[in-house]
Design a protein around this ligand. Structure first.
Ligand SMILES: [Zn+2]
Length: 199
């Protein structure tokens, strides 16, 4: 079972990001992500998401700074992306099987494109993510479920950051930048980071 999002054909990218090349010392360039979470998100899931996303961005050559969207103020000079989490990004105990009559998003997440230009605005559809993860997570105890969900959420966000930071619709054949994620990609021990191409 795969979930697709930006269906755009493109070349596979390669090469270091210019930001990373610019900072050849020990300090990675800062990537500021403003996260819009709405109300009632799971603190545990967000904690594990933050851990995984920080690790993934570090591997991609960035020092992640995650801020609440409501705290957005002076952002001049920052490399920033805005990510909205739509719906409830967690799978609570006793979550019922997904109803076939419920409206379904075709995408786990999207990044805005206007006139062919990729913009640094992304949204994650947590209902779609929950549906994808549900068969595997229902078997897990609560704490492990939060951990796995949070880690999977981070991988979805990292994928959109790849689009938003590099301003590209391109995908890779493997890793965070692959076109579609399976439950195994999202729940596996690791998913290789992809090089962020030049914006
Ligand atoms: Zn994509």
């Amino acid at each position: 079972m795969f979930a697709r999002h930006l269906a755009v054909f493109c070349l596979i990218f390669a090469g270091l990001s210019p930001a990373r090349a610019q900072y050849s010392g020990s300090l990675d360039p800062e990537l500021v992500v403003y996260l819009g979470t709405g109300n009632g998100q799971s603190a545990a899931t967000l904690k594990y998401m933050r851990q995984e996303l920080t690790s993934l961005m570090h591997q991609a050559g960035y020092r992640l700074v995650l801020r609440d969207l409501h705290d957005r103020d002076n952002a001049d000079g920052e490399t920033l992306v805005i990510v909205e989490l739509n719906g409830s990004c967690a799978m609570p105990a006793g979550f019922p099987p997904a109803s076939d009559t419920a409206p379904r998003s075709k995408s786990l997440a999207t990044t805005a494109i206007t006139d062919g230009r990729v913009l640094p605005f992304s949204a994650v559809e947590c209902a779609a993510l929950t549906r994808l993860l549900q068969p595997a997570l229902m078997k897990q105890p609560g704490a492990q479920r939060d951990f796995l969900y949070g880690r999977a959420l981070a991988r979805v966000i990292a994928h959109e950051l790849h689009h938003g930071v590099a301003r590209t619709p391109c995908h890779a054949h493997f890793g965070i930048a692959k076109r579609a994620f399976s439950p195994a990609d999202l729940l596996g021990e690791s998913l290789p980071p992809s090089q962020f191409p030049a914006p």
